[in-house]
Design a binder for this molecule. Structure first.
Ligand SMILES: Nc1nc2c(ncn2[C@@H]2O[C@H](COP(=O)(O)OP(=O)(O)OP(=O)(O)O)[C@@H](O)[C@H]2O)c(=O)[nH]1
Ligand SMILES: [Mg+2]
Length: 673
């Protein structure tokens, strides 16, 4: 037989064949072209044995950590190299620049996804990320804390509008007080106590999940309060709250002391440069410890006044109402000292900041605007970043009462937006629509969530070899989507990808179900109803709808689903070793042998590596152990025993059997924490 033909039969190269033949006991010489048929037959038999041995050796080398798995690394490196940061909304031109691609090509790519856009059009993150992925990038959403350049410009204008109103028209306005602190330390309860209503009871799990704004009149002083959520996921909302505020209350539970979000809040307050008061809450609790809390505060640089520092600390109990009056007194005192700054011109067009926005099923887009200067009236033309976004139809105060004007430092719910504006946006009232861009429908970040996003081409699994979890999310308010997106950032993982196929505000609809179906995904409904039709469709299409009221429960469910998709890792546990002393019986892959345990303990139903003369020659499993005539579950070191072994490799006296167990585990440690 020709060597080349033999090589082909063995699925190898002539060179490898020639190189390995001497090791198999065939000396065919370097220049041989043929072997006789008898040798060829023997070579074929021995070759498969050799290949099996090579495979076993490679496997065990890997198992025992003797070789590095190089591939993974380069994959991760590749991903690193092509990461692309994309903001919530981006102009097509800027998007192309970020990818370093010609804008025409990007427009063409967008058209493929069914989106007709010109270079100045703005597209949302979802759309951009799909196109970016198609172009081989790994898109990442840029965290937007409302500090985009455009917004900075707006904030500057807002500032100068407030400061330039010095021609005698400025009037005192209420202070805006932001309430911050660690989760569950009692911010909302404290505000309840101040207002003596009960909001906390109405919140799911008592956890604040978006910003709340209230106005209170105490001792003839009007104060505007901004409540913020304390959970770590809501950093963005906390910093936004602080940006619009004049002063802050830092709530610290006296039984719990300084916690991570207390520290974060301190940093945010310091960055905002606003005065603040510490409300040491939950004083009614038996384990409230003022001294301990004070020393914890000192450690983070807040030295109490009575310890010679400058930090005003008021012990309170939101539950019993103790200390609330003192707290308000301190607030009024602080406002008094700040009074030169607490002014605005009510006789001008209003400018304010969006602090919450959502879509109401009946009424459409609703946003809470904190008017910061000027007065807002029904009929006012609204502009955001130079784009006409609607006209004030109705305004309601925090109690839900219709109001006919909103003066500086007043939060109002405004009806009349054409689409939901982004939280953090600065809204400006214009004299007419002339100065505003009316043609362009603003593609704000929230339009992105309230309208259907790009395509549903997302495959469920194995894009680029990685499994995907595709989900559709519907929430009640924008803050919830923002928070979830922030939390999902933590689930970023090199092994599985979470893909938000579609997200939006309001009820779960048919098209959500269809999107989820075509992506083989599932639907999450966060505090929103599901239409009857969608319900029906979900049953027909076998699309799961999961409903949640608490954001962390939803998050944990997504996390668990993602974990289930994680590649499994095999954990090898080394067990005992045995030396073969006798081979009694070999019968179609089953060998009965005897041996001595030389290390550790032997157990039945374990895997084995067969080592002979210092190298691995095969693998198999031990199915039974015998001591004397008895079947046993364990044999200790030094003992002699009988074994029943399943293996294709024939055991020989002197073989060493290394036993081990393999367990499949998901790579849990790699997701979030
Ligand atoms: N005993 C006691 N319990 C309080 C007091 N203030 C708040 N609580 C309780 O603490 C829990 C959390 O209160 P919330 O007001 O929801 O806390 P929060 O800071 O607004 O929480 P997040 O908004 O989720 O950050 C609730 O069970 C309250 O009843 C207090 O002064 N005394
Ligand atoms: Mg709260």
């Amino acid at each position: 037989m020709n060597l080349s033909e033999l090589a082909r039969k063995l699925n190898t190269t002539i060179n490898e064949l020639k190189e390995k033949l001497p090791g198999l006991g065939f000396d065919v010489g370097l220049h041989a072209i043929k072997v006789d048929d008898h040798s060829a037959q023997q070579i074929i038999e021995k070759w498969s044995e050799l290949k099996r041995k090579e495979r076993v050796q490679e496997k065990f080398a890997k198992q025992l950590g003797q070789v590095e798995e190089k591939e993974e690394k380069t994959d991760a490196e590749k991903a690193e190299a092509k990461k692309l940061q994309i903001p919530a909304v981006i102009a097509v031109r800027d998007f192309a620049t970020r990818m370093n691609l010609p804008v025409t090509g990007v427009i063409r790519e967008l058209m493929k996804s069914g989106i007709l856009a010109t270079l100045n059009d703005r597209i949302d993150y979802e759309t951009a990320s799909i196109v970016a992925e198609d172009l081989g990038f790994l898109p990442e959403q840029e965290v937007d804390d409302g500090t985009s350049k455009e917004n900075d410009e707006m904030l500057d204008r807002l500032k100068s509008a407030i400061e330039s109103d010095n021609d005698g028209k400025n009037k005192p306005r209420p202070p805006i007080v932001v309430v911050m602190g660690h989760v569950d330390h009692g911010k909302t309860t404290l505000l309840d106590a101040i207002r003596t209503t009960n909001v906390v009871a109405g919140e799911s799990g008592g956890i604040t999940q978006h910003i709340g704004a209230y106005q209170v009149v105490k001792n003839d002083h009007r104060i505007t309060f901004i409540d913020t959520p304390g959970h770590e996921a809501f950093t963005v909302m906390r910093s936004r709250g602080a940006k619009v505020a004049d002063m802050a209350i830092l709530v610290v539970a006296a039984d719990d002391g300084v916690k991570p979000q207390t520290k974060e809040a301190i940093n945010i307050i310091k960055a905002a440069g606003i005065p603040f008061i510490v409300a040491l809450n939950k004083m009614d609790k038996p384990d409230a410890n003022v001294e301990k809390a004070k020393s914890a505060l000192s450690e983070v640089g807040l030295i109490p006044e009575d310890w010679g520092g400058k930090t005003v600390i008021v012990p309170v109990s939101a539950k019993t109402g103790a200390g609330i009056d003192q707290l308000i007194e301190m607030l009024i005192l602080t406002a008094e000292m700040e009074k030169d700054r607490l002014i605005a011109n009510p006789d001008r067009n209003a400018i304010g900041t969006i602090i919450e926005s959502h879509i109401d099923k009946g009424a459409g887009p609703i946003a809470t605007v904190l008017v910061q200067t000027g007065t807002m009236w029904p009929g006012d033309i609204l502009g955001i970043k130079g784009v006409h976004v609607g006209r004030v139809r109705t305004m309601r105060n925090w109690k839900g009462e219709v109001v006919l004007k909103a003066r500086p430092a007043t939060p109002v719910q405004v009806l009349g937006f054409k689409s939901t504006p982004a939280v953090g946006d600065v809204v400006e009232v214009a004299d007419d629509t002339k100065g505003l861009d009316t043609k362009k429908v603003r593609q704000g970040k929230n339009d992105a969530v309230s309208r259907v996003t790009a395509t549903n081409s997302a495959p469920t699994e194995e894009e680029g070899g990685k499994p995907y979890l595709n989900i559709v999310i519907r929430t009640d308010v924008l803050g919830s989507i923002e928070a979830l997106m922030g939390m999902f950032e933590k689930l970023k993982n090199p092994d599985v990808i979470l893909k938000i196929v579609r997200k939006g505000l309001g009820s779960v609809t048919d098209s959500d179900i269809l999107s989820a179906e075509s992506a083989s995904g599932l639907v999450y409904a966060f505090r929103v109803p599901v239409t009857n039709q969608a319900e029906q469709l979900s049953r027909e299409k076998h699309v799961e709808i999961k409903r949640y009221d608490v954001i962390y429960d939803l998050f944990n469910d997504v996390k668990a689903n993602l974990e289930a998709l994680l590649p499994k890792e095999i954990v090898v546990t080394e067990l005992g070793k045995l030396e073969v002393l006798a081979v009694f019986k070999v019968d179609s892959g089953v060998t009965i042998a005897g041996g001595r345990v030389v290390d550790g303990k032997l157990q039945p139903n374990t895997k084995i590596r067969i080592a002979r003369g210092g190298e691995y020659v095969g693998e198999g499993a031990i199915s039974e152990l015998q001591l004397g005539k008895q079947t046993v579950k364990q044999v200790g070191s030094g003992q002699e025993c009988g074994i029943k072994v399943q293996s294709k490799t024939k055991l020989e006296v002197g073989d060493r059997l290394e036993t081990y167990k393999e367990e499949e585990r998901i790579k849990k440690s790699t997701i979030g924490n």
